[in-house]
Structures are given as C-alpha cells and as structure tokens.
Design a binder for this molecule. Structure first.
Ligand code: HAM
Length: 426
C-alpha cells in the first residue's frame, strides 16, 4: 500500500500562523486610524462575485481575466469567480445600493483576501491580502493626490523608507484611442521583436504591451511613443494638477511614461508605490492604483468619476520582517493554576471562570496530572504566583498560593482566592 503524502496548503496559498498575526494586526490598526481621519468607511464585499463583473470591469484583454481568475459554475448554473481585486466589487456595491444618490463623494476602504491564479514566486501568491481605498463620485485631481498621500502615509507609519511613487496619465476616451493607434502602428513595425503574448496583445489592446515584463520586449517598449505627448487638454490639465499637489506635499514621485497598469478600467492618473531597496525592487509594487472614471458606467451605473488604490499586504510584510518593528510582547499571565487529582481538576475549570470574570489571566495545564510538569510550565511563563490545588485542598475547599520569587507558600480558602489575588496584583 502506498502512503499518501501529507496534506499541504494549496499551491501559492499560505496559512497565517500565530507568529505572523501581529503584522496583519499592526497594518490593520494603522489603516483604520488613517481611514478614520480621512473619512473613509469600511466596506466588505463577498469573496465571490459574478465572473462577468470582472470580465466587464477589469477587462477581457487583461492577464487577470485571461489567465488568473479562479472561476467556476455553481450547481444552479451561475458562473462565479473568487475576487481577484476589490475595485469592481466596490463599484458593483455602489450601483446596487444607489449610492450615487448620497452626498458625493462616497469613500470606502477594505481589507481582505483576494485570489489570482499566478505562477507562485516572490511577492506573487494565489491567495493574498490587499487593503484598498476608493473615492467614488468626484473628478477633481485633488482626490488623486489624496489617495496617493493616504497610501504614502500608511507606509511611512509602518516604517517603510525610500518610497518612490511612479506616476503616469493614460488619458481618457477622447485621447487614448488615437494614442493606441499610434502605439499599434509602432509595435506592428516591430512585431518580430515581441513575445507571443504581446503579438496577441497587439491585436487586442496594444497598451498592454507596455506592461509586459518579458526581457525580449523591453527594447521595443523603451522606444515606444509616449502617451504624455498625446493627452487631450483636459487630461493634460488634470495630470498637471495632480503633480502640483504632489509637489506641494513634497512627495517623491518619478514620471514613468510607460506605466499603464494591468487593469483596463483606468483613465487619466495611474500610479504605483515601491520601496527603492533591493527587496522592494525584487518583488514589485507595494501599491497600485489610479483613476477609473468609466468603470461605473461600464458596469451599467450612472457616469461616476472615481479614484483609488490597493496595497498587497504580504509584500509589505516581507519588507517589514527585515526590520525591528518594536512589537509589544503580549504580556502573559501573572498567575498559574496547578491541580492534582480528579476532584481538584473538576473544580479548577470553574475556578478559572471566576478569574476570567475578574479579568485576571491565569495560565494552566489542565490536561496534565504531574505537578512537576505544571510547575515547570509556570516557571517558563514567568508568573508571579502559582496556585496549587491538590486532592486534600480540594476536599477542604482550600488552596495553596506560592510566591514564585520568594518560594513562600500560604494556604487559604478557595472562596477568597480571587479577591486576594486581585489585591496582590494591583
Ligand atoms: P493591482 O496592482 O492588481 O491593483 O494590485 C494591487 C497590489 O496588490 C499590488 O501592488 C501588489 O502589492 C498586490 N498584489 C497583486 N497581485 C498579487 C499577488 N498575486 N500576490 C501578492 N500580492 C499581490 C488592483 O488590484 C486594483 N484594484 C487597485 C485599485 C484600487 N485601483 C483603483 N482602486
């Protein structure tokens, strides 16, 4: 008989073990505080949505839709997808609940797991956590700058350093079609210098070629016409204003004329934030975002300008791990309850409840019968007092209290022990 190998978590998906929870908690608390200040409300959307939401929203020509979605048919015949990103679901909720009738803009943030069927590698997982901020119903360039500022502040609060904002404008429906034609013409004349995927992209959406990471395509990309030379007046003005706000805020940005981002819903501003360190550069952008003025209309809502971004939490944590975070160690219990014999064990469970009600943390090893093992554990926990509840004590309704520093012991009625310890620990 062949032995089955051990079960493992699915490829590219990881457990978040107790020792890693502190990173998630820390990031969450920084986001929550900043979201509160800037007036963003938290939203949770389902982990599963209709596949068509992403096909229409994120775009059929994107890698996400073409290669990376976990999609399935339900028994009832619905075609659903594990959400690969959070913007289309937020836009769906905005439309579903008629939020265009609320005072605009409507501002949301979210935090949760997302799913993309990627080839697992550093910084790329099949299940990963993102947090995002979305401002819907405002077209002003100040919103673009504020979204960038929010992400910059969150990263700075978490001790990220050497942050760089890569930024570009990819125009809108009045200027981008012409640029796409220019771009298609350029790449058509260099088709043999493109990878197989890019030759397909040339037919579907030449902008996607600019996002290709294949070595082969880089020379052609680096000489490609730049969209900044083809922006219409409105997009040009909008982008100029965003950059002026960033200058005013003294945020470090670099114009990247080939930044297009991998999702189709963007218009005007697109940006990414990196840490300019070895590790930071090796795993890709921490934050990606931009303006998406057409998405809500594409999803059959009213025309609603919007802007937002999201950050990958595992990528953040892999950098945070390299530096001391000054996490406060959880304080352990000050008291340990050691028990001996069936009667004492029976009464111990109830006694622990009395301590819990008084908010006194008590360590225990109720499953063990050996006093030595229990005292060893009490020593390891570094408690101040150990309570010893033996068979005799349990019969007499008494308990021994041992001061771990001095080794002195006293015996006293069980009834009084909780109050007594409360006083001693004060
Ligand atoms: P995105 O660039 O696809 O944008 O993802 C945002 C961030 O999520 C990335 O910068 C990266 O840190 C992280 N990320 C993405 N894929 C993975 C992966 N496979 N493994 C680990 N981390 C990953 C969006 O998702 C847009 N919805 C952002 C946005 C919000 N735009 C406007 N509003």
């Amino acid at each position: 008989m062949t032995r089955r190998s051990k079960f493992q978590s699915p490829t590219g998906m990881h457990d978040i073990l107790p020792r890693d929870q502190q990173y998630y908690d820390k990031i969450y608390s920084v986001i929550e505080e900043i979201a509160d200040f800037y007036g963003f409300s938290k939203i949770d959307t389902p982990i599963i949505e209709e596949a068509e939401l992403f096909e229409r929203g994120v775009g059929l020509s994107t890698d996400i839709v073409q290669k990376q979605m976990f999609s399935f048919k339900t028994k009832g015949g619905d075609y659903l997808t594990l959400r690969p990103e959070g913007t289309a679901p937020v836009a769906r909720a905005f439309i579903q609940y008629g939020m265009q009738n609320r005072p605009q803009p409507v501002k949301f943030w979210y935090f949760g797991p997302f799913f993309r069927h990627e080839k697992p590698q550093a910084g790329r997982y099949r299940q990963f956590y993102q947090f995002g901020f979305e401002t819907l119903g405002e077209q002003s360039s100040v919103v673009d700058a504020q979204i960038i500022l929010i992400f910059f502040n969150i990263l700075k609060n978490l001790k990220f350093k050497d942050l760089i904002i890569g930024i570009n404008s990819i125009g809108d429906s009045s200027c981008r079609p012409y640029y796409k034609k220019v771009l298609a013409g350029y790449f058509r004349s260099r088709e043999s210098a493109l990878c197989a995927d890019c030759r397909k992209r040339l037919k579907q959406n030449p902008l996607r070629i600019l996002d290709c990471k294949e070595e082969k395509c880089q020379p052609a990309i680096s000489m490609a016409p730049q969209i900044l030379d083809h922006l219409c007046d409105e997009c040009h003005q909008h982008f100029k204003e965003v950059l002026e706000f960033l200058d005013e805020l003294e945020l470090p940005y670099q114009l990247n004329p080939y930044l297009v981002r991998g999702l189709d819903y963007y218009t005007k501003t697109v940006f990414e934030i990196f840490e300019n360190t070895e590790k930071g550069k090796s795993q890709g952008a921490l934050v990606g975002g931009g303006r998406y003025d057409n998405l809500i209309k594409v999803l059959r809502g009213n025309e609603t300008p919007a802007c937002g971004a999201a950050a990958g939490i595992e990528r953040m944590i892999s950098i945070m791990r390299q530096r001391p975070m000054g996490f406060r160690r959880r304080s352990g219990p000050d008291v340990f309850l050691a028990q001996l014999g069936p009667l004492a064990k029976r009464k111990s469970l109830k006694l622990l409840e009395e301590f819990r009600e008084e908010k006194i943390q008590v360590g225990e090893l109720l499953g063990k019968d050996s006093l030595k093992a229990q005292l060893n554990r009490a020593n390891k926990m570094g408690v101040k007092y150990t309570l010893i509840f033996g068979q005799k004590e349990a019969l007499e309704e008494k308990i021994i209290i041992r001061d771990m520093a001095t080794g002195k012991q006293k015996i006293m009625p069980v009834k009084k022990i909780v109050k007594k310890l409360k006083k001693m620990l004060r």
